[in-house]
Design a protein around this ligand. Structure first.
Ligand SMILES: NC(=O)c1ccc[n+]([C@@H]2O[C@H](COP(=O)([O-])OP(=O)(O)OC[C@H]3O[C@@H](n4cnc5c(N)ncnc54)[C@H](OP(=O)(O)O)[C@@H]3O)[C@@H](O)[C@H]2O)c1
Length: 328
């Protein structure tokens, strides 16, 4: 049973499960990608209170990709607990409270809903606290039979919702001088959606329980990531590294994978994935991700190709000009 299944990760989970010969049922509202899987049983309902269709059915494993609030996990997990053996919850590395040092792992401090400082949390920190509360709700309903998968940024073909990685895909295809933020050596981690999906199915098949950070092995960085996109695009381009302090002064807030200030975040991009790797997580070569995302991106209708985060070409040109004139 996949609670969700028709967004970004979900379709890759479906594919990974079907490739391994599993029988699947999806549960969702029927709003996102309603015609994606005509041959699969889909139960219509809503995490926010419409769960009746889940009653009286048995599943080996429940994979929950669609919960952001503990009450949603609590309600569905308690209902499913008598009729399922294993609950896999897709969580987030946003739970981790302190990224000031490398090697943050599953035992590191997390944001909590009952934290005295909760009222001063940013939306992102509150999201982390909420995801952690979801993990606890799953564990309460399925004690010892829960897997919480703390995923870092998910990238890969089909990323309609976030488009963070495709920012670089698109930028590399446009060629010319590319504004590269921060330092070439700034660490970057992400997980290819297909590797994540295959590993989640592996966890289901092999009863892998517990809490895991799921992302790539530390060692990759901003320069390597952009270069992989350049190689995939095969268009002439060069990188202009622009200092983070300069970008902050120019009020730039979001360039995908750029961490505006590393003062309290020197551990970002350097999370430990030892535990997940010991339990079967594997990753494909990063260049393969770059090539496959580009192929997917180029097949999108033009309107969708424009839907990217980050800075616009005009803003990039203006920033580069300001940076170059400052240097000279
Ligand atoms: N993307 C990232 O970089 C990233 C990073 C870390 C963690 N994560 C986590 O990864 C997970 C995967 O997200 P995804 O969107 O790719 O998963 P998905 O399973 O592909 O898509 C979300 C599914 O949830 C369903 N859904 C949404 N609201 C619902 C509701 N109220 N009741 C029932 N079903 C509902 C949607 O269908 P309907 O709309 O038809 O209901 C859709 O099928 C999320 O939990 C997210 O926190 C993502």
């Amino acid at each position: 049973m996949i609670l969700g299944g028709t967004g970004f990760l979900g379709p890759h989970l479906v594919q990974a499960a079907l490739e391994k010969g599993h029988n699947l049922t999806l549960f969702n509202r029927g709003k996102s990608g309603p015609n994606l899987f005509p041959d699969l049983e889909t139960l219509k309902g809503d995490r926010a209170g419409k769960l009746e269709v889940l009653q009286g059915r048995k599943w080996d494993v429940v994979i929950d990709t669609s919960a952001f609030f503990a009450v949603h996990v609590k309600n569905s997990a308690e209902l499913l607990a008598p009729n399922a053996d294993h609950y896999i919850f897709v969580s987030s590395v946003a739970v981790y409270k302190d990224l000031s040092k490398p090697d943050v792992d599953e035992n590191s401090p997390v944001y909590r809903m009952d934290d005295e400082e909760f009222s001063s949390y940013s939306p992102f920190q509150a999201y982390g606290a909420s995801k952690h509360a979801c993990e606890m709700a799953a564990e309460a309903a399925f004690p010892g039979k829960t897997t919480s998968i703390r995923s870092d940024t998910i990238v890969g073909p089909g990323d309609h919702a976030h488009f963070r990685y495709p920012y670089w895909t698109r930028r590399a295809t446009q060629g010319g001088e590319i504004l590269a933020p921060g330092k070439p050596s700034d660490p970057v981690q992400y997980i290819d959606v297909r590797d994540l999906a295959q590993w989640i199915i592996y966890c289901a098949e092999n009863s892998v329980y517990g809490t895991y950070t799921a992302t790539s092995v530390p060692g990759y960085n901003m320069e390597l990531m952009i270069e992989d996109c350049q190689v995939a695009a095969d268009t002439a381009s060069s990188l202009v590294w622009v200092d983070s302090a300069f970008l902050r002064a120019q009020e730039v807030v979001d360039i995908p994978f750029w961490v505006p200030s590393r003062e309290n975040a020197s551990g970002a991009g350097l999370l430990s994935v030892e535990k997940a790797r010991q339990h079967g997580l594997r990753e494909r070569p990063k260049l393969q991700t770059a090539i496959d995302v580009l192929e997917w991106y180029l097949e999108l209708p033009p309107k969708k190709q424009n839907f990217v985060v980050g800075i616009s070409p005009e803003r990039e040109a203006q920033l580069l000009q300001a940076w170059n004139s400052r240097q000279s």
